[in-house]
Every structure is written in structure tokens, then in C-alpha cells.
Design a protein around this ligand. Structure first.
Ligand SMILES: [Zn+2]
Length: 108
């Protein structure tokens, strides 16, 4: 029977009451305000796609991601968008995340 040490990891710099979400890229938890919300929507051609929701106002299921190229790439490699948004889009995740990449590219 292993006794669990009461080991507190370095305290996070998250103020109490701040909503915390997990980044689907790096899997780190962060304040919701630091993350970009994405939802399942459609691209400019009407195809199913992951679209950024920087205001956090779009209805439906959302996922959260650090607005960085690193976390975006991780999420793409893990197919985390499709998993997080529960998209059963036929041939194993045909959900395009190009709109998110375009949004990231447009950021300063
Ligand atoms: Zn991240």
C-alpha cells in the first residue's frame, strides 16, 4: 500500500475563480482568457471545419487551445480537434482546421 506524499507542485499563477481550461494541443491547463476557443463550424466553402471563436460566443461544443503555432501543430497531429469537438465526419476526421491556422497567421 503506497502512501501518497502530499506533494504540491509549483503553484499555478491562476487566480481563484478564473475559469480554467485544458489546451487540446499541449494538454496544459491555463486560464480560459489565455486560450483560443474553437468550435465546429464550416469554412468559406461550407465544408465542415474547425473555426476560431475568439469571443467565446459561438454556440455548441467548443475546445480550447493556446493561440500559438506550436499548440496548433500538436492538436493537428493528435487529431485533437475532431476528438474534442466529437465530429464523426466520415473518413477518420476530415475536419479541416485551416480556418484556425489562418486566424493564427493573422495575429500580430
Ligand atoms: Zn497549449
Amino acid at each position: 500500500m503506497a502512501r501518497e506524499p502530499f506533494n504540491r507542485a509549483s503553484p499555478e499563477r491562476i487566480s481563484p475563480g478564473d475559469p480554467v481550461r485544458t489546451c487540446i494541443g499541449c494538454r496544459q491547463r491555463a486560464s480560459k482568457r489565455e486560450l483560443l476557443r474553437v468550435t465546429a463550424g464550416s469554412d468559406t466553402h461550407g465544408h465542415p471545419a474547425v473555426v476560431p471563436d475568439p469571443d467565446g460566443t459561438a454556440p455548441g461544443r467548443g475546445a480550447h487551445l493556446h493561440p500559438t503555432a506550436e499548440c496548433y501543430e500538436l492538436a493537428v497531429r493528435r487529431k485533437a480537434f475532431a476528438r474534442a469537438l466529437r465530429q464523426q465526419s466520415g473518413a477518420g476526421g476530415g475536419l479541416s482546421s485551416a480556418p484556425v491556422q489562418a486566424w493564427l497567421d493573422s495575429q500580430p
